[in-house]
Write a protein that binds this ligand. Structure first.
Ligand code: NAD
Ligand code: MLT
Length: 311
């Protein structure tokens, strides 16, 4: 009998893959505190999380029978991969199921930022009809700089072209030929910083990408640039972004993710030119079903000794 712990909210359509199997029991306990997770983890063969639960080395070292950690989503930065590998635990994710939702959210955030929709909406809800205060910018003919042209960055590029934007992208795996095929401009990191009117980041959070948008990077950007981060907190240095917003170097920022989550009380959120959502990039019915189904299949397969799709 395999025992699987569901530690974060995961769509029921995915969990149905695990339920109704005679060899699997499922325990759903979301919102466990770190010490509670540490004391319970030894009971389980499988662990399923989204991004809230931090699967640290101390959790992993107490996970005597754990064979697999499933991440219902893309980013595995909340899981200590080194500790998992050392302890013979496989980590699987669901890299494709939320690509579309994250790309749509990025576009929604860019448009909200450009047209000051959240600010105007709040004012109107407070009985303030302030048409002249909320004059925005068109995105048409502006340049969108994309840092990280993977699954989501690519979908954002196609959508931006649909909005008649020029797109320049930097990714270590992007070639000029591929950029030509996509009808976008190939650039080095510095080219993106210098040429873009809007910059959106879509890299994973890695040692190399942590704070890659730094004070020095902001200095190279156009005055009045707009920043979007629907990838991971920490890719943009938040103190540097704050200073760049206060000085007016950056005209506005749209943020779905911050270094410390959940976030409520953060200096960036006090600035009127910042629009924010609480890590909603993948929060659609479609994406949550899709990532949950994918990851639950992999967990079940691995526990039964079959091949997994997304190690
Ligand atoms: P992906 O792996 O398909 O793409 C990431 C790309 O970043 C790759 O092409 C890679 O070559 C590139 N990259 C790596 N290092 C780089 C660097 N130093 N400079 C430039 N590019 C670099 O991943 P994805 O599915 O497109 O996801 C992108 C990000 O979005 C991840 O951080 C993921 O966790 C995050 N995400 C967030 C949400 C959300 O809810 N906000 C939803 C889904 C994904
Ligand atoms: C991801 O990396 O897939 C995202 O952060 C989405 C999520 O899990 O909420």
């Amino acid at each position: 009998m395999f025992h699987v712990l569901i530690a974060d909210p995961i769509s029921d359509e995915g969990l149905d893959v695990l339920y109704n199997n005679e060899d699997v029991t499922v325990v759903k306990e979301t919102g466990l505190k770190p010490d509670e997770l540490e004391s319970r983890i030894e009971e389980f063969d499988g662990l399923l999380v989204r991004s809230q639960t931090k699967v640290t080395r101390s959790v992993i070292e107490k996970a005597d029978r754990l064979k697999i950690i499933g991440r219902a989503g893309v980013g595995v930065d909340n899981i200590d991969l080194e500790a998992a590998t050392e302890n013979g635990i496989i980590v699987v994710n669901a890299p494709n199921g939320n690509t579309n939702s994250a790309a749509e959210h990025t576009m929604a955030m860019m448009m909200a930022l450009s047209r000051k929709i959240p600010q105007a909406h709040s004012a109107l809800k407070n009985q303030k009809w302030e048409r002249s205060k909320y004059v925005g910018f068109e995105v048409k003919n502006k340049t969108l700089g994309i840092v990280g042209l993977g699954r989501i960055g690519t979908e954002v590029a196609y959508r931006a072209k649909g909005q008649r934007m020029n797109v320049i992208a930097y990714d270590p795996f992007l070639t000029e030929e591929k950029a030509d095929q996509m009808g976008i401009e190939y650039g080095e990191f510095e080219d993106v910083l210098k040429k873009a009117d809007y910059i959106t980041v879509h890299t994973p959070l890695l040692k190399d990408t942590r704070h890659m948008i730094s004070t020095d990077a902001f200095k190279q950007m156009k005055d009045g640039v707009f920043m979007i981060n629907c990838a991971r907190g920490g890719i943009i240095d938040e103190d540097a972004l704050y200073d760049a917003l206060v000085s007016g170097k950056v005209a506005g920022a749209a943020i779905d993710v911050l270094e410390e989550e959940p976030f409520q009380d953060h200096k960036l959120l006090e600035l009127p030119q910042v629009v924010a959502t609480p890590h909603l990039g993948a929060s659609t019915v479609e994406a949550q079903e899709s990532v949950a189904v994918d990851v639950c299949h992999d967990v079940l397969n691995h526990l039964r000794g079959d091949i997994v799709k997304n190690p």
